[in-house]
Design a protein around this ligand. Sequence first.
Ligand code: CA
Length: 254
Amino acid sequence: MNRDDRDRSKDEISQASQKARILVVEDETALLQTIAYNLERQGYEVHTATDGLAALDIARSQKKLDLILLDVMLPRFDGFEVCRLVRQDMNVPIIMLTARADEVDRVVGLEVGADDYITKPFSMRELMARVKAMLRRVRLVREERLTGGDGAPGRAALEFGDLVIDPVRWEVTLKREVLSLKPKEYELLLFLARNRGAVLSRDLILERVWGWDYGGGSRTVDVHVRWLREKIERDPAQPDRIVTVRGVGYRFEG
Ligand code: CA
């Protein structure tokens, strides 16, 4: 391999893994520095904040964040509040760093709705794997959107009456109005819709939508189904698009 090839392959490697912009919010500065150092070594662009207010400022000024790692216990707005406020304007995936098991329910619950969480103490190796998996899933969805229109299977819009899922534009419309869906809600809906009529177990849904390495339980699926129902069902209390299959999981009826 000559020098040019070497440089080029180095560029390709850094381009493939990089340019992902990650905001890390953690008030324990030693831990913050360790996380930032490890992320930078993986080629990510890292922004840091040590309190909730600073985190919000950065999230709002940096419109192109790819991921936020967010500690729960923070000065000036805790992680729950930051997550809620960020979600009002952005669909950026959020992985929460939780110190206590009793925070987990809130983290994945309706009120907060993080995309993933990791429980302290964690190893850097574990955290890096989780970051990589989340970015990979988001990238797959985006690539699908960007490379659409080639007629390949899975690119065509899925239409269910007034509900239209457009995988090319990564957009869901109901009665011609674009719905505001979080990344995981979109991925879940797409997975359900592509398997219309099939009974899908919670475990299968978890594996396909969240990934086999996701630490959360199947309650995560139920919570996201509930959110989706609020957005797409004619009557969320009597759902007829996403139907519960008792003791198993869900079936998408269209
Ligand atoms: Ca903390």
